[in-house]
Write a new protein. Structure first.
Length: 127
């Protein structure tokens, strides 16, 4: 079950080539959004992530979760999540799931097994 992941505001993406593929779309949140703002995103999975100019993700920066408080569509929350804030994020945002990258790294690109385990434990503690 291959899926293609792409960033919604990436000007280089050829969306026509993606039409018949299973998709994960990362939408970088800058302002308040509603379901209507996401209606053109046909991706099977939607990731709401923090916005950093010129970077598609993995910045380790969170964003104001109030900006997505009106979104009812199922989504994964990303953007600066780590073992210390993921429980709070889940309780406030109530996402379908969470996405983590740099938040469980000991140095850029190197995952820390203990941080990964703690992140998973913390996520499971919310259910």
């Amino acid at each position: 079950h291959d899926l293609v992941q792409w960033v919604w505001d990436d000007p280089l993406i050829n969306r026509k080539k993606l039409l018949y593929k299973r998709q994960i779309c990362s939408y970088r949140v800058q302002t308040q959004i509603h379901d209507q703002d996401l209606k053109d995103i046909a991706a099977e999975f939607l990731i709401l992530d923090s916005y950093s100019k010129g970077v598609g993700g993995g910045t380790g920066e969170t964003f104001n979760w109030e900006l997505i408080s009106k979104v009812k569509r199922k989504f994964l929350l990303a953007g600066g999540l780590d073992p210390s804030n993921v429980v709070n994020a889940i309780e406030i945002v109530k996402p379908f799931g969470v996405d983590v990258a740099s938040g469980v790294e000991s140095s850029p690109g190197i995952k820390d097994p203990q941080k990964v385990i703690q992140f998973i434990r913390n996520v499971k503690s919310t259910s």
